[in-house]
Design a binder for this molecule. Structure first.
Ligand code: 5GP
Ligand code: MN
Length: 343
């Protein structure tokens, strides 16, 4: 594994030269893609297409229904379409590690020339031949925005709404501390270019909740446990709940943020039982604990205030292990974690 060099971090010029030089691109992002994952890959897709490049997108998981209003969302293919196709350049966005695009896809989608990694995670690995990793960016979409600006190609309307969706999602609708003055300025510019109504984007992403998800939410909230000191709150979701409510683990997205909003809670966690019996863990912090460090003890990662991991243990054991570890972090002399918040 490469270590991260400062020179890798803001490598816009090198990357733009590479994009200009090649013709054939594939893009991918992490499993269970969110607004920034989809927004950043679609915006890069639209930009490269505008330059006359041949571009394909391959994701392990389907586009969640609430992002199916975005331009070109239906151009996203799955692993079955890869076949013998080999892009010259593979660009991986928002993924932290190459494996997070899905192990099978990472082993199938092999570039003939260059692997590019664009990311803003504090725990991002420099797995690419070219790494554009900027933890101070609100989102991977913000990095793609800056990249396009460096190219001096006008941002298209379609591209603007994809970039805006990524920014909006990863800043928790501009609520988190990673939403800086600069992020707001970029958002304003994108609204003007894209000529869309921001409230409509919000509604697409957050207010098309299927009733089955609300039923699942009520099941999950019933599992709420808070430690005696009130600082750690946890909930869990099981396969039985998904069967009962007709949902999948995709519907668990966002639940942890509600748990984090409980007064006095420093660390919130939501664990989700996977089909193979392993457990996906989502962690959120109010600032006292760096949950990306906590997650890395379980081979995960993320940001100081939003992180996650997958553990090979049943969900109840996972809660016990995670709460125990979170308690240790809370009992440590507090070093408030920094800026970066979400995805
Ligand atoms: P979420 O809880 O919303 O799924 O993820 C929160 C943050 O943690 C995101 O930035 C996400 O990319 C990161 N994250 C979640 N799960 C994992 C994981 O298994 N490994 C790593 N490295 N990061 C993760
Ligand atoms: Mn992101």
């Amino acid at each position: 594994m490469n270590t991260l060099h400062t020179a890798d971090m803001y490598n816009y010029g090198t990357l733009l030269a590479l994009l200009d030089r090649h013709q054939n691109f594939a893009l991918s992002t992490h499993i269970n893609p969110d607004g920034d994952a989809i927004g950043s890959e679609l915006s890069l897709y639209l930009f490269l297409t505008q330059l006359g490049k041949s571009v394909r997108i391959f994701n392990t998981d389907a586009v969640p229904v609430n992002y199916r209003f975005l331009p070109s969302w239906d151009s996203i293919e799955d692993i079955h379409s890869v076949g013998t196709y080999r892009p010259e350049v593979l660009v991986v966005l928002d993924a932290s590690t190459l494996e997070r695009i899905g192990k099978a896809l990472a082993a199938t989608l092999l570039p003939t020339h260059t692997l590019v990694n664009i990311d803003h995670h504090a725990t991002a690995e420099a797995f690419g031949d070219i790494n554009l990793i900027k933890p101070s960016a609100s989102s991977t979409s913000e990095i793609v925005y800056t990249l396009i600006k460096h190219h001096q190609t006008p941002i298209s309307k379609a591209c603007a709404i994809c970039l805006y969706t990524g920014l909006m999602f990863d800043t928790g609708c501009f609520r988190y501390s990673n939403a800086t003055a600069e992020t707001h300025r970029i958002a304003a510019e994108l609204i003007e270019i894209g000529d869309f109504a921001p409230d409509e984007v919000y509604r697409h992403v957050y207010e098309h909740i299927p009733v089955s998800k609300i039923r699942l939410l009520s099941e999950i909230l019933r599992t709420l446990q808070v430690t005696d000191d009130g600082k750690i709150a946890s909930v869990y979701a099981t396969q039985t709940m998904f069967l009962k409510t007709g949902t999948t683990s995709e519907a668990v997205e966002g639940v942890v943020n509600q748990i984090q909003a409980i007064a006095g809670v420093e660390v919130a966690l939501c664990v989700c039982e996977q089909l193979d019996g392993s457990t996906k863990v989502s962690l959120r912090s109010q600032g006292q604990v760096d949950v990306s460090e906590l997650a890395s003890e379980f081979e995960g990662g993320g940001h100081s205030r939003a992180a996650g991991c997958r553990v090979v243990m049943p969900y109840l054991s996972a809660i016990t292990a995670l709460v125990h570890t979170a308690q240790r972090y809370i009992n440590q002399p507090s070093t408030r974690c920094g800026d970066s918040l979400k995805d």
